[in-house]
Design a protein around this ligand. Structure first.
Ligand SMILES: [Zn+2]
Length: 343
């Protein structure tokens, strides 16, 4: 839903009337980076960042409306046992270093649980944060040349408008091609424009020592987020299983506990589908989360490896929007009141 539609919905107050039907049993929020806002002229990935102050205000808001912030295990228990107390889960994808500095302390101070989904290549320091590498390339280059469908694709890249357009077009293309090709293209771009993806990975991602320190806190659940952060739906079944099961094996080896919760990389309809929900179960996960938008209903107890979440996006940092999310109304309207989407 657009901001205008959300604001319109809020003004009518309809979300309050709908809430008894649309709020469901609980909601899982997705967060990526949490860090103080920086003024940057070109920051196309800013949508994946929220400010610590906003997160703190949201924790207050959830408390004010009387919802419990619970772990994923407790959420599953409530779904299975028809426990009527509504809940909220906070989940963080990737394992960004700033989580330890800016988000975890907020939870620790209030003794609230959180989940961190770790992509093991990132924790090992060799993961490819390709969307950030692309941002760096587009930010510094004056022209970008790419081989696409056997031809040369040349993008002028000087003005702010051109840069925004280059990023969008290349990003969209790289999400559509197969995963091996995507990484090949980004490696070539990074090489040409002298960007060190492994330095980015070390600088931005928690390593195993950081994760061990975090995992020692019983408030923290460590989940798996694959090894190389590929869209699982695009992989052959053996490779998909190896990304899922393999990441659980590595986390178990490094942290001593086998993760039973999984988060699909990207997690949208193009990245995780029915086959993948079944594979996650086969790989031994109790739950798997997507980024399909929606709240949880009791019916989700039969679809625990296809759980919807609600992303807290950088451009939507307002307690008005989060009040709407907690009502479930925007998702009921966009999902046409269908509770479960697992196809
Ligand atoms: Zn991710």
């Amino acid at each position: 839903m657009t901001k205008a539609a959300l604001t319109g919905l809020y003004r009518t107050g309809a979300h309050r009337l709908l809430a008894p039907y649309t709020q469901g049993a609980g909601v899982i929020f997705t967060l990526n980076q949490v860090r103080p806002q920086q003024e940057r002229s070109f920051a196309p990935n800013r949508g994946f960042e929220i400010a610590p102050e906003f997160l703190e205000a949201m924790l207050d808001q959830v408390d004010d409306v009387g919802l419990d912030i619970v772990s994923l295990d407790e959420a599953v228990r409530r779904l299975r046992e028809d426990d009527a107390r509504r809940f909220v889960c906070f989940t963080f994808d990737q394992g960004y270093r700033d989580l330890a500095h800016h988000a975890y302390p907020l939870f620790q101070r209030r003794s609230l649980p959180l989940t961190v989904y770790v992509a093991t290549d990132y924790a090992s320091g060799w993961g490819e944060l390709w969307w950030l590498a692309l941002e760096e390339v587009v930010g510094k280059a004056r022209e970008i040349e790419l081989c696409r469908q056997g031809g040369l694709w040349r993008l002028p890249n000087v003005t702010a408008y051109e840069k925004r357009r280059s990023f969008e077009q290349i990003y969209e293309w790289l999400r559509s091609v197969d995963e091996a090709r995507q990484r090949q293209v980004i490696r070539a771009l990074a090489d040409t424009h002298e960007i060190d993806m492994s330095a980015d990975c070390h600088a931005l991602m928690m390593g195993w020592d950081d994760l061990r320190a975090l995992a020692a806190d019983p408030l923290v659940t460590i989940g798996a987020h694959s090894k190389a952060h590929y869209a699982i739906s695009k992989l052959a079944p053996e490779k998909a299983i190896s990304e899922m099961e393999g990441s659980a094996n590595i986390i178990e080896r490094e942290l001593g506990t086998r993760p039973i919760h999984f988060s699909f990389p990207y997690g949208d309809e193009t990245a995780a589908r029915a086959r993948d929900f079944a594979l996650a179960k086969e790989a031994g996960f109790k739950t798997a989360v997507t980024t399909r938008r929606g709240v949880l209903f009791a019916a989700h107890r039969r679809y625990l490896t296809a759980l919807p979440r609600v992303s807290l996006a950088g451009d939507y940092q307002s307690l008005t929007y989060t009040a709407l999310y907690l009502s479930g109304a925007p998702f009921a309207l966009s999902n046409r009141f269908r509770e479960v989407s697992a196809a």
